[in-house]
Design a protein around this ligand. Structure first.
Ligand code: SAH
Length: 349
């Protein structure tokens, strides 16, 4: 079956040409898909034979809400979606003054193995298609009734490990005939796959690149993030410098504060010296405690921030949203997987 939801307008035009249809039909189909039509049957301005031909050839399986949690504290909404093949992923809708932001997943699970992260505990199952990423934005907007103005690729998965599909997703969600979300309203977060960051730089997109740094020294970073064992902090920063030179876009560095691991003054000093002369911004994140991990949230976040600022580095502390609903990604899917495993072992033979 053809994955029509992941196709751009040119591809849909070619598909419809094969079916003997004119180009303007492709625009109509594209619009329906990007308004969240969940069947071809509903595309009422297409002829019945065309709707039937499309339904025969193309799959259209929107995600189903498996669970929806709404934070009483701040209105954050967390979705656990069931995909067409039975896998589950998470999307979080955050309500900021500057607009509603959705945090989407890019893979089912993750293979990066970061020590503090719930998403990687069961490894990677598969990449998400561009259409499945788009559907998270689209159906979160439709289900919540809240218009989405910003997107962050910071949910389950490593977006640059699913490069082509993520690039297609960006093209689709940015499309004027679709959701028309501007690149400057999109952030992409990566654990630091340098070859892929170099490749992304070639496209000169106006999105914000966030690099999950979490430590300025190799020993600590390799302990927290296995990806560092093959790249190293020196090469990562050299890559970030190239990215900035090529795109002119300031990078944002994410730094989850872990008690007694990456929160010492000397680490703030080292981070500042590595960032010198390169415009960037440090986002300090209060660690979300994951039950399977011995790592604890730091109590030195304010002191670390001050120390960075004393070196002239801009650092902000991320406001925690949805604390009452396990809103950091990976936790809800993990819970559901454990419940399902439990259910299977309990089933009488
Ligand atoms: N794979 C990508 C995007 C997904 S993770 C990446 O590594 O950037 C999104 C952000 O959440 C990353 O900065 C990640 O390091 C951070 N994160 C993961 N688990 C966390 C936790 N338990 N507490 C705080 N931040 C966490």
């Amino acid at each position: 079956m053809i994955d029509i939801k992941s196709m751009n307008q040119a591809e849909i035009t070619a598909l419809l040409a094969e079916l003997g249809e004119p180009a303007f039909r492709a625009k109509q189909v594209f619009r329906w898909l990007h308004q969240g039509a969940d069947s071809f049957e509903k595309m009422s301005n297409l002829s019945k034979p065309l709707r039937e031909k499309l339904a025969e050839r193309c799959s259209l399986r929107p995600p189903v809400v498996e669970r929806r949690q709404i934070s009483r504290e701040d209105g954050t909404v967390k979705y656990l979606w069931r995909l067409g093949d039975g896998n589950c992923i998470e999307t979080v809708l955050m309500r900021y003054h500057h607009g509603n932001t959705v945090c989407i997943s890019s893979q089912v699970g993750c293979r990066m193995g970061c020590a503090f992260c719930a998403s990687t505990l069961g490894g990677k199952v598969r990449d998400l298609t561009a259409g499945e990423m788009l559907d998270q934005v689209l159906f979160t907007q439709l289900d919540s009734g809240l218009p989405v103005s910003n997107i962050v690729l910071m949910g389950i998965g490593e977006p640059l490990d699913n490069f082509d599909n993520v690039l297609r997703f960006l093209e689709l969600v940015n499309s004027p005939e679709g959701m028309n979300i501007g690149m400057r309203h999109i952030s992409l977060s990566t654990c630091g796959l340098t070859e892929k960051i170099d490749k992304l730089a070639e496209y000169q997109l106006q999105l914000t690149l966030s690099v999950s740094l979490h430590a300025p020294d190799d020993e600590t970073r390799s302990r927290l993030m296995p990806v560092n064992r093959s790249v190293g902090v020196d090469r990562l920063f050299a890559c970030c410098r190239r990215y900035f030179e090529r795109t002119g876009r300031r990078i944002s560095y994410e730094y989850a504060m872990v008690d007694g691991v990456n929160d010492a003054d000397w680490q703030a000093d080292l981070l500042a010296s590595r960032l010198r002369g390169m415009p960037g911004h440090v986002n300090l994140i209060p660690l979300n405690h994951v039950a399977e991990s011995p790592l604890k949230p730091s109590r030195r976040t304010a002191a670390f921030q001050k120390r960075l600022e004393s070196h002239g580095i801009t650092a902000t502390v991320r406001r925690k949203l949805g604390g009452d609903i396990d809103a950091s990604c990976g936790q809800l899917r993990r819970k559901r997987m454990l419940e399902e495993e439990g259910r299977q072992t309990e089933t009488p033979q």
